[in-house]
Ligand binder design. Structure first.
Ligand SMILES: NC(=O)C1=CN([C@@H]2O[C@H](COP(=O)(O)OP(=O)(O)OC[C@H]3O[C@@H](n4cnc5c(N)ncnc54)[C@H](OP(=O)(O)O)[C@@H]3O)[C@@H](O)[C@H]2O)C=CC1
Ligand SMILES: Nc1nc(=O)c2c([nH]1)NC[C@@H]1CN(c3ccc(C(=O)N[C@@H](CCC(=O)O)C(=O)O)cc3)C=[N+]21
Length: 294
């Protein structure tokens, strides 16, 4: 059996198309243009790539993009002052501070400064609390995009056995909450999990968010399972260049799974499309307009 390839790139393009239509309608009917501010501290080349493509796709969807590039040695006070300015800027509806931050900056304190209404990453504790108690909130982009692909693939997820590998605040934990909300039976595995292959083999839905290239092998996967590979790992190739791989051994997994997301072209593009969707939602709420359905 060969798994169906879940085309996140195409799904994300469709989503961005719908978002663009709604943005145009907002502009015409209400004279409002959604704005997204992205803050990048330091010069991590991988982060620069994401920030560039976020900026480009924001503008393509008809939104305004504001980019702030701060030097790696930026102090806490400077960053907090910028965030406070963005919080009170009516043209900015969404604020994203690219993570991880350099060591001298306290991530939790920085995220706490972002107005929860503008927290399009969904990382602020008040948005986390709302998500965890089943109330409407800003949902983190990567888990949201992953869930959209799962529902498109499987329809109703009720009663399915889901295993998430990786317990970060930005991917693993919110993914668990979304899967619980869809009535899955959820297991959250991490680096201290005993006999991880035995755990992942139970999964009808397997979400890998570990950050270890091709760690999850073909024989860790239940035949017919749906595999969502969140991992983005750059590894060197023999010709001195590099390529992107996920956390799943794709070729081996595709021979066993029912459906699988590729890397690149899977979850990554969905993350950016969901960021735009959250910015649109934030803009509607800040202008007392109803949420749009995408
Ligand atoms: N596609 C996209 O849009 C996005 C992709 N990513 C990618 O997803 C991956 C994960 O990112 P993120 O969640 O931020 O990562 P973190 O580094 O914050 O968390 C990694 C998690 O994996 C667990 N882990 C590490 N090694 C093992 C192991 N050997 N066995 C089982 N679990 C292990 C860790 O366990 P413990 O807690 O015990 O240390 C931790 O919970 C990365 O490749 C990242 O680049 C991230 C965000 C968006
Ligand atoms: N506050 C914050 N929010 C984030 O959402 C956030 C972050 N910090 N820090 C870094 C991670 C990583 N991340 C990605 C987004 C898109 C792709 C993406 O579009 N990837 C393409 C390939 C890109 C390439 O070729 O390099 C793909 O998978 O097809 C990847 C990774 C968001 N993150």
């Amino acid at each position: 059996m060969t798994a169906k390839v879940i085309d996140g790139k195409a799904f994300a393009a469709g989503l961005r198309e719908k978002i663009g239509g709604e943005v145009a309608r907002l502009r015409e009917e209400h004279g409002v243009v959604p704005g997204l501010a992205v803050v990048l501290v330091g010069e991590d080349p991988a982060s620069q790539v994401y920030v560039r493509s976020k900026g480009r796709q924001t503008v393509e969807a008809g939104m305004e993009s504001f980019e702030y590039r701060l030097p790696a040695e930026t102090d806490q006070e400077t960053l907090v002052t910028l965030i406070r300015d963005l919080n009170s800027d009516p043209k900015v509806h969404g604020i994203l501070v690219q993570l991880p931050l350099p060591d001298q900056l306290d991530e939790a304190l920085v995220i706490a400064e972002i107005s929860p209404d503008k927290d399009v990453d969904g990382f602020h504790v008040s948005n986390v609390g709302l998500l965890n108690t089943g109330q409407a909130s800003m949902v983190p982009c990567t888990p949201l995009g992953s869930l959209m692909l799962l529902k498109d693939q499987l329809g109703d997820l009720s009663g399915l056995e889901a295993v998430v590998v990786g317990r970060s605040n930005i991917v693993g934990k919110p993914m668990v909450q979304l899967l619980l909300g869809e009535n899955c039976t959820v297991t959250l595995a991490h680096s201290r999990t005993k006999d991880l292959p035995a755990v992942t083999r139970r999964a009808d839905i397997l979400v890998a968010a570990v950050g270890r290239p091709e760690m999850i092998k073909g024989d860790w996967i239940k035949p017919g399972a749906t595999v969502i590979d969140v991992g983005i790992n750059r590894i060197p190739t023999t010709d001195g260049k590099s390529r992107l791989v996920g956390d799943v051994d794709y070729a081996a997994a595709a021979a066993v799974a029912g459906a699988i997301t590729p890397v690149p072209g899977g979850v990554g593009p969905m993350t950016i499309a969901c960021l735009l969707a959250n910015t649109l939602t934030a803009c509607c709420r800040q202008n007392d307009l109803p949420d749009v359905r995408l």
